[in-house]
Design a protein. Structure first.
Length: 96
């Protein structure tokens, strides 16, 4: 029974990862964020980006935070497929 539940959970997580990728795309007009509820588009003046570093159990982790209005999106390495610092640098270069 336990292995059946674990198998279903892993299958759902894998499907989620495949369906909503890429989670974040950017161009000269702004950002697009994909979630299970669909795609949302934000212009550069609407979107505020920052890098958050935390240390837990002796390990540093970085996340990219994007806030737009009342919404906050947090992306780690797993969601971005790259180091959040590198993604922030790329976004900063695209921002007018």
């Amino acid at each position: 029974m336990f292995f059946g539940v674990v198998t279903v959970v892993l299958a759902v997580l894998s499907a989620h990862g495949l369906l909503v990728r890429p989670r974040l795309t950017a161009d000269i007009d702004g950002l697009r964020v994909r979630t299970l509820h669909g795609e949302q588009r934000f212009s550069w003046p609407e979107a505020h980006t920052s890098l958050r570093s935390t240390k837990r159990m002796g390990r540093d982790s970085k996340t990219l935070e994007i806030s737009a209005g009342e919404q906050l999106f947090v992306f780690g390495w797993l969601e971005l497929g790259a180091d959040p610092l590198d993604v922030l640098d790329t976004l900063s270069a695209l921002r007018p």
